[in-house]
Design a protein around this ligand. Structure first.
Ligand code: CNA
Length: 280
């Protein structure tokens, strides 16, 4: 026997079946994991896409390895490369994409359990997802502190530093540490809530993973915490992580915006999605 929302071995799922389970109320607790790919259409390059991703554009900075630009131990003595690229990455005046609007729609339809986002642009909330449904696993750009003495640094001075591409330094007497946005760098701990929120993943009756290469731990392990028999949907340009290894996996390959539009169409939610996106 199988429960309403599990799949017996050998039964392949598809987008239409997933959509019908959401429509008829079998799926009500969707847990989402997001990565940079849902924001590339908003104009923020991701890290790892060939040619367009940030890591392919770092050669002039002569870094020992690409991730050094976001590594805390490198930043501590050489913060200049980070500020050389910060302007291109700072999410000012950006509009949420259709993918972000789709997440707000899931919340509106009361089927969103929780979102883990690796993105630091805050576009999920801008699109209308309630903040208590989101964990910014890698922090955000909304505030900044001296990396050394942890004193907060004013927003207006930070904006200027980013515009000028110049490193802002702590104003505390005798400190002089470089100021760092409250984004989690490699070598830093994730927010304390991560461990607690991680427990929500096994409660999912569907996991939706969008726009991530699943190469950065610990977020990369979240899809593996989904209970066996529960469907997992990947919307991404390419297959990532262990997607495809379970019978209940559905991979919708292509752009995130195209993928959510197809899913919204199957759900009969296309007009709702457009209305929400226009109002975001
Ligand atoms: P990544 O490693 O660069 O992977 C991005 C993934 O998205 C790749 O698999 C791409 O093929 C895919 N992709 C790119 N564009 C699209 C698109 N339009 N539609 C569908 N798929 C697409 O980025 P991850 O998020 O996996 O890596 C984690 C890092 C990246 C986190 O630490 C983030 O903070 C960091 N990051 C965040 C942002 C942001 O906040 N918008 C931007 C760039 C990087």
């Amino acid at each position: 026997t199988k429960s309403q929302n599990t799949t017996s071995v050998g039964e392949k799922l598809d987008m239409r079946t997933i959509a019908s389970r959401i429509k008829d109320g079998q799926i009500t607790r969707i847990v989402v994991l997001l990565g940079a790919g849902i924001s590339t259409a908003a104009g923020i390059p991701d890290f790892r896409s060939p040619n367009t991703g940030l890591y392919d554009k770092l050669a002039p900075l002569h870094l020992p390895y690409p991730e050094a630009v976001f590594h805390i131990s490198y930043f501590a003595h050489t913060p200049e490369p980070f500020y050389a690229i910060a302007r291109a990455r700072h999410p000012g005046n950006l509009q949420p994409t259709a993918s972000h609007a789709f997440l707000a729609l899931l919340a509106q339809k009361k089927v969103l359990h929780f979102i883990f986002t690796q993105n630091i642009d805050g576009l999920e909330q801008d699109a209308g997802v309630p903040a208590d449904k989101i964990l910014w696993a890698h922090g955000n750009w909304k505030s900044q502190h001296c990396w050394k003495c942890k004193t907060e640094y004013p927003d207006d001075l930070m904006q200027k530093a980013i515009r000028d591409g110049a490193v802002p330094y702590c104003q505390m007497p005798e400190c002089g540490g470089a100021v760092k946005p409250d984004v989690v760098f490699f070598g830093q701990s994730l927010p304390l809530e991560f461990d607690e929120k991680e427990k929500l993943v096994p409660e999912a009756d569907l996991m939706l993973v969008m726009g991530t290469s699943l190469k950065v731990a610990p977020c990369s392990r979240l899809p593996r915490l989904v209970q066996e028999g529960i469907p997992r949907v990947l919307i991404n340009m390419e297959k990532s992580g262990d997607f495809g290894s379970r019978n209940e996996d559905v991979c919708i390959l292509g752009s995130c915006d195209e993928g959510v539009r197809k899913l919204a169409h199957e759900l009969g939610w296309s007009e709702d999605l457009d209305a929400l996106w226009r109002s975001a």
